[in-house]
Every structure is written in C-alpha cells, then in structure tokens.
Design a protein around this ligand. Sequence first.
Ligand code: SF4
Ligand code: SF4
Length: 241
Amino acid sequence: MKVKNSFIGNLTPQQLIELDACTQCGQCLQFCPVQNVKSDPAISPPEKIRVFKEFIKATEGLKATLMGPDRIDIRLLVDFTKAVFECTTCGACGQHCAVGIFTQRLWPMLRKEMVRRGIGPIGGQAKMPEVIRNTGNPYNLPLMDRFSPWFPDFVKIEEKADIAYYAGCTGAYSAQPMVKGDVLVLNAIGDPFTMLGPEEEVCCGFPLFISGQHDMLEDLVRRLVGGYKAKGVKLLLASCP
Ligand code: SF4
Ligand code: SF4
C-alpha cells in the first residue's frame, strides 16, 4: 500500500526529537508490564519507535521526497496499531528511559495518528465516544446514578460558589469511597462549594485522549468549562485527570 500522507502531523517537535533519540538500548524493556506478560517484541518501546520511524522514512525520507512515497506493508501497520493500543500507557518505560523519552505522551499521540488513519482503536475502545455521548461516562452506566448512590444527603451543594468539586466518572461510578471522602472533607472544612448536576458533569475526556480519539475532547471540555463559569467558579477541585 502506498501511503502518501504524513505520519508526523500529530507529533510535537520535541516528540520528533524523542523518536530520533531512542538508542534502541533496551534499558526500558525489563520495566514494561505488557512485555513481561506477553513476551511480544512488537510491543516493546524501542520496536514501536523503530517501526514508526520506518513509516516516517517511507513517506517523508529523502528518497520519498525525491521519488515519491514507498510502499508500506498493511500487515505491518495493523501489527503496529495492535502493539501501540495494547500498551497500558503506564509510562514505566519513560521513567527508566536512558535518554528521557516522555513515552506517556508519545504513545497516545501515535494512537491518535492510527485513529486518524482509520486503523485504530482496537476492541472495545472504539465504542467509547458513542458511550460517552449517550451516558456522559465511559462505563456505559446510567447518567442518573452518577451521584445518588454515594453522595451524603446532609452535605449542602451551593447553586453558585467560588469553589467547585468535580468527581469524575471513575470516582463517581467505581471509586465511591474516595469521592464520598472528598465531599465529606470539603463539608468539614466549611467553605461553600458547588457541583455540576449529573447531566452536566460529563467525562473529562481522558479515556478519549489516551486512546487517541480526540474528536469529542474539545466539546467535553467546553461543556464543563461553560458549566463552571455559569456557577461563578474560581477554583476547581478534581478527583480525575
Ligand atoms: S507505557 Fe506501554 S510500553 Fe511503556 S512500560 Fe507501560 S505498557 Fe510498556
Ligand atoms: S530506554 Fe529509551 S532509548 Fe533505550 S530503548 Fe527504551 S525508549 Fe529507547
């Protein structure tokens, strides 16, 4: 398959330098949990970087510039996409990288490129935008159950306040002791605070960002920012990224 469009449109100059800086030393390999379980060389950080650089070379290297883009094996593209989406994005490889590559940001941007090409995401991740659009959360749980199962009845939420609390989907649906604790601490402090309602407090967009599906991100952020602005919020406390 001849691939004409650039592979680097989603990458920052620093990320391009990082791709170039990988020495293929393998120091990160022992820290990768997926590599440890699967023993699949394709998922290793240096291999993902090497293959992605092959894509760049085929489309934007000197030969490609002078004579046109090279053929890219579709199988290689599919295998690369699988490897880049099977990564947990834990960032352990970056923390132990000999040259300090910030892999926790690099992998999502490589995912974004594969999504742009219509090859990613893989598996259930592809359903997330629709699920978030329908329920406001990535877990496909009822919107009206966002706060009611855990929010303490006696805690007062102001209509407007300088301070707001954002529970986030993971806190509200699956880490309820944590968010309940946050609210109890805020209540004990005694400063008035506000929250968006269950229809307004949508997903922060992190699951979409990390899976390379960025189309809805701006809309989610605008909805949240608009909601907090309308409540006169100056300080936002959040339990979710
Ligand atoms: S971020 Fe991905 S490649 Fe790096 S150590 Fe974690 S699972 Fe492995
Ligand atoms: S430690 Fe860094 S430079 Fe070495 S192979 Fe891993 S990503 Fe590349």
